[in-house]
Design a protein around this ligand. Structure first.
Ligand code: CO8
Length: 261
């Protein structure tokens, strides 16, 4: 039994749903919630049958309305660095997780909430979702990786516009910008869409999925050569039993039975 107070974890064999659950604060990320998100990914990394993770917000008003502004009163130049580094560590753990992590955005995804969604591998939204990087309204900049990941996803010009104007955009605008993959009518439809994506992924070879994530992330890691990383990870896949099974299944005109070996 996991002892979380600000998040909820539901696991069913192949899929896990993490709900950020502080609706009174529109699910704002205080330090305790960040710690719990960090721990829940450690818990999930032990689950070898897991094929996808969904992160969503409790209640119907917000995914996450940003970092918890109540804690800003205690932030100064000295501790800000450590707070940002900690946020970067947690979000990078999500970005590098072994199975796809899907942000299911219901309502507000603002500031650190938008940055949490950006750290996930895919983003789904409900029609009422709203995205913004409003940090400049508070005299700060995005501090949990947003300046980097927003530009990676939607390009430099539009990312700068959104971060400098703090404009709030709708789910449909986010879809047009490539910030979200799909927009659903309501939360149930969005969660069904997430499950459908995870079901599709769960029929593929787990090592291949893990290595697609690693190889793609290498593109954005200056310490790595993405092309070389791809060659290494491709070769690693070729050493798996699942590669033999996938090839045989194709030639025998049947569905592959991947075992994750
Ligand atoms: N932190 C703490 N409490 C919040 C937050 C937040 N980010 N957002 C909303 N709340 C609280 C409100 O204070 C309010 O509490 P109460 O009922 O006690 O008054 C409750 O949630 C409901 O909010 P509202 O009454 O304001 O609801 P509205 O529907 O009128 O407005 C909004 C909803 C538009 C979402 C509005 O609440 C809002 O603008 N919130 C702040 C959004 C924001 O600026 N977020 C970005 C924060 S900065 C950030 O995330 C930087 C990340 C990097 C951090 C690095 C750390 C050093």
């Amino acid at each position: 039994m996991n002892n979380f107070s600000n998040i909820r974890l539901e696991e069913n064999n192949k899929e896990a749903i993490i709900t950020i659950d502080r609706p009174k604060f529109l699910n704002a990320l205080n330090q305790k919630t960040l710690e719990e998100i960090d721990s829940v990914f450690d818990v999930l990394s032990e689950n070898n049958t897991l094929r996808g993770v969904v992160i969503t917000g409790g209640g119907d008003k917000a995914f996450v309305a940003g970092a918890d502004i109540n804690e800003f009163l205690n932030v100064d130049r000295d501790n800000a660095k450590q707070i940002c580094e900690n946020g970067h560590k947690v979000f990078s753990k999500i970005e590098n997780f072994k199975v796809p992590v899907i942000a299911a955005v219901n309502g507000y995804a603002l500031g650190g909430g938008s940055e949490l969604a950006l750290a996930c591998h895919m983003r789904l939204a409900t029609k009422n979702a709203k995205f913004s990087q409003p940090e400049v309204n508070l005299g700060i900049i995005p501090g949990y990786g947003g300046t980097q990941r927003l530009a990676q996803l939607i390009g430099k010009g539009k990312a700068l516009e959104l971060m400098c104007t703090a404009e709030m955009i709708s789910a449909d605008e986010a879809l047009n910008l490539g910030l979200v993959n799909y927009v659903s009518e309501n939360k149930n439809d969005m969660l069904s869409k997430a499950s459908e994506i995870i079901k599709t992924i769960s029929r593929k070879a787990p090592k291949a999925i893990e290595n697609v994530i690693k190889s793609l992330n290498a593109k954005y890691d200056e310490s790595k050569d993405g092309y070389k990383t791809e060659i290494e990870l491709f070769s690693e896949c070729c050493a798996t039993k699942d590669f033999v099974e996938g090839t045989k299944a194709f030639l025998e005109k049947r569905c592959p039975d991947f075992k994750g070996e």
